[in-house]
Design a binder for this molecule. Structure first.
Ligand SMILES: [Zn+2]
Ligand SMILES: [Zn+2]
Length: 244
């Protein structure tokens, strides 16, 4: 983070600059009518001893500026797109704690960056086809909110995706074992451990031998109260004692 005195103070926050890189650029002297002219015209002063009576300034001068500022000037295309997008759907809330404003600013920035990348990919997929979408920014923000409000999928829920590399949830090893109680679910779902052992049979022959002779996972109404994982009668204890 850094603050740069341009014609006004400008705050920067960057993840790709370390604040020590400078670049020399031709700069214009700010107008004498500008608010902070007394400060900002100083770098343009000429050092001419003969003209002691009158201050004189150069119109332009080569000056070092932080590359953060330079990159901003070059890649924002004159209009700050991020500020424009931020104005549309800002999360800023009125409050007294100063760090909160920074938090909301960072939240907005991450959202906008994600949106820009999403748009980049979406437009690349469109190719030469006409873009019919309207107000993609609103649609993106809305689906983000809905996505965040959804309950996260439980580790061992019926829809939990299992592959050969899926590890059993560590929560199952919480002791004492009495914490793990049979709970009745309202619907019947496939046993998580049956499904897991079917996929991981390459890893160990033990699981398939111990757990189920049949290759088909059992449907069960039992859920472990602690792990929130659907387990059939046969798998309930092997699941909690299995060491992978
Ligand atoms: Zn099972
Ligand atoms: Zn459990």
């Amino acid at each position: 983070m850094s603050i740069w005195q341009d014609s006004n103070k400008v705050g920067f926050c960057s993840t790709i600059h370390d604040g020590t890189e400078w670049i020399v650029r031709k700069r214009k002297k700010p107008k004498s009518s500008s608010t902070l002219a007394t400060i900002t015209k100083q770098p343009f002063a000429t050092f001419n001893l003969s003209s002691q009576c009158k201050e004189s300034y150069e119109h332009t001068r080569l000056l070092p500026i932080p590359s953060m500022t330079d990159d901003y000037n070059h890649y924002m295309g004159g209009v700050d797109i991020a500020d424009q997008l931020r104005a549309g759907f800002s999360t800023q809330q009125r409050g007294l704690k100063p760090w909160r404003a920074l938090f909301y600013w960072l939240l907005d920035t991450s959202t906008i960056n994600a949106f820009r990348m999403f748009e980049h990919q979406r437009k690349a997929r469109l190719g030469l086809k006409k873009d019919k979408a309207r107000s993609m920014h609103r649609a993106f923000c809305e689906s983000l909110v809905i996505g965040l409000l959804l309950e996260p999928p439980k580790p061992g829920g019926p829809t939990a995706y299992i592959t050969q590399n899926t590890l059993l949830p560590r929560i199952r090893l919480t002791r004492p074992i009495e914490i793990h109680q049979f709970r009745q679910a309202s619907t019947r779902t496939l046993c998580y451990f049956c499904r897991w052992s079917r996929h991981s049979k390459i890893k160990s022959g033990i699981t398939t031998k111990v757990i189920t002779k049949s290759r088909n996972p059992y449907k069960t109404k039992i859920v472990c109260s602690h792990c929130s994982v659907a387990l059939c009668n046969k798998c309930f204890y092997p699941f909690h004692y299995y060491k992978d």
